[in-house]
Design a protein around this ligand. Structure first.
Ligand code: HEC
Ligand code: HEC
Ligand code: HEC
Ligand code: HEC
Ligand code: HEC
Length: 241
């Protein structure tokens, strides 16, 4: 399969993704939104403005208008955003952070270089308490076609692993990275609908060849200090019930 064919297939799928997260002008519900004062969503991944909720709930209001997040440098990061689709990938950073995963899925290629929107794969982010990881069939939508083959035409070994999981009907046992204790109640969708960029809490994921935690999210002080800054409730029962 040639790179050009791959790109056409990729382009069609990205078009579908764009349609999924395309622009609408529906207002979010609830209290008036406070302006987001820290780094805004990088326009390329989910631009400021109202986005329809892929699952039909209230619109996702990304409202910062502050421009792209400054890129991260240093251990565990790479930047492929200037690499043309199909272009050569620079060498990986010498050391990667975060746990080794069963399939080497790279956010820096998919979300960074190819600019696949976060919600293409994490598509319940706006409606659900916990955000999903994509199913193998979401990956296979592209990788039934593209296999990033070597010069001899052999598929990339991790794409071969993905195809094998899919063929066997087995879910890839991804290692979880961010995890709260069970007694904490964290409504992901409220934060996303309030316009907080994913990167506010997870860092520049689109520059990570392998995902790592940029902070310990299981920290009550971190939750409550942001809530204080933004005038959000700090009632014990909001987070513990
Ligand atoms: C093509 C699919 C795809 C896209 C696009 C994608 N992700 Fe992911 N994401 C995954 C998969 C698969 C995993 C699990 C494996 C891993 O951790 O690398 C994951 C893991 C994560 C995790 C860690 C989950 C945990 O266990 O704590 C975060 C956070 C995350 N993604 C955020 C993002 C953000 C933010 C974007 C957009 C910039 C994004 N993802 C785009 C597929 C995707
Ligand atoms: C919207 C299309 C799309 C989706 C969805 C997608 N990929 Fe990819 N993936 C690509 C493209 C494009 C490439 C680069 C291929 C190339 O340049 O030849 C790639 C490359 C890869 C590679 C090879 C990277 C390397 O290191 O050489 C792996 C492994 C991979 N994807 C795994 C996954 C997994 C796992 C999922 C699901 C979580 C997924 N992909 C979802 C389009 C996609
Ligand atoms: C206000 C901070 C915050 C924002 C904003 C945020 N997250 Fe999270 N994310 C968390 C926390 C905290 C957890 C751990 C949740 C848990 O264990 O219940 C988490 C967990 C995850 C997971 C792992 C879910 C799992 O079940 O393994 C993924 C994937 C993820 N986030 C993706 C995203 C994406 C994509 C966005 C943007 C659409 C986003 N997050 C926005 C704080 C945030
Ligand atoms: C970067 C800022 C930020 C961080 C960090 C943050 N939150 Fe929030 N949180 C918000 C905002 C903004 C809202 C209000 C959303 C709205 O108006 O609907 C909110 C709303 C909530 C709500 C709903 C409150 C209600 O009115 O019912 C809960 C529960 C919550 N957050 C829990 C958490 C937990 C648990 C953590 C830490 C793991 C956390 N949050 C971390 C900004 C943050
Ligand atoms: C915005 C969300 C939020 C609010 C509000 C909140 N908590 Fe927490 N709480 C957390 C998170 C997240 C953890 C788990 C991480 C940790 O231990 O810091 C936690 C942990 C705890 C723990 C266990 C600590 C330990 O060391 O095991 C206790 C006890 C607790 N909270 C009590 C309270 C009380 C009392 C209030 C009200 C004054 C409160 N929390 C309000 C998010 C919140």
């Amino acid at each position: 399969m040639k790179r050009t064919t791959i790109m056409i297939a990729g382009g069609v799928l990205l078009g579908v993704a764009a349609a999924l997260v395309g622009v609408s002008l529906v207002e979010g519900q609830g209290t008036p939104r406070r302006p987001v004062t820290d780094h805004g969503p990088p326009g390329r991944w989910l631009p400021p403005g109202a986005h329809p909720n892929p699952a039909g709930g209230p619109a996702i209001q990304m409202d910062t208008g502050l421009g792209p997040l400054p890129p991260s440098t240093g251990a565990g990061y790479s930047s492929l955003t200037d690499v043309k689709p199909g272009g050569a990938w620079p060498a990986l950073p010498r050391s990667l952070k975060g746990p080794v995963q069963p399939v080497f899925y790279r956010h820096d290629i998919h979300a960074g270089q190819y600019r696949i929107p976060c919600l293409y794969c994490h598509n319940n982010a706006a409606n659900s308490y916990s955000i999903n990881l994509p199913s193998e069939s979401t990956c296979m939508g592209c990788h039934i076609v593209t296999s990033a083959p070597d010069t001899a035409g052999n598929p990339n070994p991790d794409i071969a692993k993905l195809r094998d999981y899919y063929a066997r009907g087995v879910s890839i046992p991804w290692v979880r990275i961010n995890r709260l204790p069970d007694y904490v109640h964290f409504p992901h969708m409220r934060h996303v609908a309030a316009g907080l960029a994913c990167q506010t809490c997870h860092g520049n994921i689109q520059q990570m060849p392998r995902v790592f935690a940029v902070r310990n999210v299981a920290s009550m002080g971190w939750c409550t200090s942001c809530h204080m800054e933004r005038g959000v409730t700090r009632d014990c029962t909001a987070c513990h019930f």
